[in-house]
Design a protein around this ligand. Structure first.
Ligand code: ATP
Ligand code: MG
Length: 582
């Protein structure tokens, strides 16, 4: 590729809207441009990288016997009603109508469409297992699109769906996909972990996420230092503390805490440590909804109080799974709380709270603690479970913390940030049952097919790779992802016939070999050409200038190591071939 005939689209200035490195570098290196919030163009350099990622994914999927198909982005709402997700998926699902008022959705994922394929095409258990995949555009109307293509609204996913006659077969394919994903991310040169994960709105009962380790990650993963336990913090179990709860002392009493709204403020006013103050959070109990997600029962709204140690954090995913609580978690509003308790957030506590009370396992060990008095500006002190709060449940509802014991009983947990680049799910029969995708088993009985589904965020992978591989000059691609393998910079092209001839010759030789070359023939200032090459991260660069050439030499520069060396003109092709393993 000649730079003069290409759309390099690099930017000198740092785009102000980009807060993470990958977003900034993807804009500056001319990989992407924003069209609307969370919606992007992929420019030529970005497209080259994306195609490489897609090719590797395809190869590894095909190796495991998965078969490529293509399903539509625009999907009939009817299918989503059948699965029950038309409402359940919530506002991330973009719903639209055609000119005849038929309802459609923009596919955020394709379980419904693929299950319809299976229902229509698979007649006999002998056709199973079958694993179908596509690499295709998804649309999710994310609340907060951010970090460029890392959390876009329109993005590309590789999604695969497998169908099985029994669970054992599903387990086999799940393992195959797990192995394929490990192979993909290893080939892409990423440092990643596979972690136990929540199944979210996709559903199912067993799942792993593939997390690229990077500080810009939105996920937190917990891993043990003494075993291979690793889980998304959403899932990581906090074990009950070993200690016995202390004995109650003085009867509880009311203490003024005027103007205190947080645990720390209350602890300060009461002069006690914040881990001896109870954090009381109030959420909606579960209620019934209709097809459109509107509440149907006209009973008064019930609230549930979740109690934690003052210095620990609620885990909304674990809490929502307890049952009887709105899932996803809905925090009660100030007005709802005031109507229910007579007090405002900041002064709430479980003593005489009329709704259901759930104590976290660690909070259950607290004794003689302080909590809100359900009266504005007051707390109770010396409160004790059983004695002062006779009815409560105990559950694991907090986030694990650095230093907690690992739930597998081996070692201590540590936390790291991760970017979720892929997820594999065992779905079971959730969709096949709802949509009637059945086969006849060997006893002639009609049974719903077991299903698995497996996604990779193809566009997000590119951003995640940059988060891990960059320096102050730009992107330092893992070899497998580089948009070009070799760069040629011709210095003073317009002034020197020799430079021009040498550059053209090397360019042609490399092109003939099928090497991906970016030949900067713009006759620009040297500084501009160097910084562009570094910014877009071309791994191997040959600099051809009149001075060196007069001595029969060109210069080689390595992007990763920054090493430079002079090479004889007649040796440069062999030299490069050796560097790139050709
Ligand atoms: P997240 O928790 O990050 O919102 P998810 O768990 O909802 O993602 P999945 O349904 O598992 O996403 O989709 C499969 C893959 O698609 C994810 O692992 C991720 O890499 C990618 N992905 C999901 N949402 C987005 C998005 N908004 N922008 C870019 N990639 C995404
Ligand atoms: Mg996921």
């Amino acid at each position: 590729m000649r730079t003069s005939r290409y759309l390099l689209a690099t930017l000198k200035e740092n785009p102000v809207e980009a807060v993470v490195v990958s977003h900034r570098l993807m804009l500056r290196a001319g990989l992407i441009r924003q069209v609307a919030s969370g919606i992007y163009d992929w420019l030529p350099t970005g497209m080259r990288v994306l195609s490489k990622v897609e090719a590797i994914i395809r190869e590894e999927m095909n190796k495991k016997g998965a078969i490529e198909i293509s399903m539509p982005v625009v999907q009939p709402a009817e299918l989503w009603h059948e699965s029950g997700r038309y409402v359940k998926y919530g506002p991330e699902l973009c719903r639209l109508k055609d000119r005849k008022q038929n309802e459609f959705v923009l596919g955020p994922t394709h379980e419904e469409v693929v299950t319809a394929i299976a229902r229509n095409e698979i007649k006999s258990a002998r056709q199973l297992p079958l694993n179908l995949y596509q690499i295709q555009t998804k649309f999710r109307d994310e609340v907060r699109p951010r970090f460029g293509v890392m959390r876009g609204r329109e993005f590309i996913m590789k999604d695969a769906y497998s169908f099985h006659v029994d669970h054992a077969s599903l387990e086999q394919t799940y393992q195959d996909m797990y192995d394929a994903y490990s192979a993909v991310f290893t080939r892409l040169g990423l440092t990643f972990r596979a972690v136990e994960a929540d199944t979210g709105s996709i559903g199912g009962n067993h799942s792993h996420e593939f997390q690229v380790l990077a500080d810009a990650g939105e996920d937190t993963i917990a891993y043990s230092d003494a075993s291979d336990y690793a889980a998304n913090i959403e899932m990581a179990e906090a074990l009950a503390p070993q200690e016995e709860r202390g004995a109650p002392q003085d009867p509880y009493s009311k203490a003024p805490t005027p103007g205190c709204h947080t645990v720390d403020e209350a602890a300060g006013a009461l002069n006690i440590p914040s881990d001896n103050v109870l954090k009381s959070l109030v959420v909606h109990a579960a209620y019934e909804v209709d097809e459109d997600g509107k509440r149907v029962d006209d009973k008064p709204l019930e609230l549930v109080m979740l109690c934690l140690r003052g210095n620990q954090e609620l885990n909304e995913i674990k809490a929502a799974k307890l049952g009887g609580i709105a899932d996803p978690i809905e925090f009660a509003t100030e007005e709802e709380i005031a109507a229910y308790t007579g007090a405002h957030p900041g002064s709430l506590g479980p003593v005489d709270f009329k709704g259901r009370i759930i104590f976290d396992r660690a909070a259950e060990k607290m004794s003689n603690f302080a909590c809100g008095a359900n009266e504005d500006g007051y707390h109770f002190i010396n409160v004790n479970l059983d004695r002062d709060i006779p009815k409560y449940e105990v559950a694991d509802i907090r986030n694990v913390e650095e230093g907690d014991p690992s739930p597998d009983g081996k070692g201590t947990l540590h936390l790291r940030k991760g970017i979720e680049v892929g997820q594999v799910f065992m779905l079971g029969t959730k969709y096949s049952e709802a949509m009637g995708a059945t086969v006849t088993d060997k006893n002639g009985k009609n049974i719903p097919m077991e299903m698995g589904c497996y996604g990779i965020g193809v566009t997000r992978v590119v951003a995640a790779a940059i988060e891990q591989h960059h320096d102050d000059k730009g992107i330092v691609w893992p070899d497998a992802m580089a948009p070009f393998t070799v760069g040629i910079i011709a210095l003073g092209l317009g002034k020197s016939e020799e430079v021009k001839n040498a550059a053209e010759k090397l360019y042609k030789e490399l092109e003939d070999l099928g090497v991906e070359v970016l030949y900067d023939d713009r006759d620009e200032r040297a500084g501009v050409m160097f910084s562009d090459m570094e910014l877009i991260g071309v791994p191997h660069v040959v600099v051809i200038g009149a001075k060196n050439l007069a001595n029969g030499q060109v210069e080689y520069k390595n992007r990763r190591t920054d090493a430079r060396e002079n090479v004889k003109v007649e040796d440069i092709l062999a030299f490069i071939k050796e560097k790139i393993g050709r």
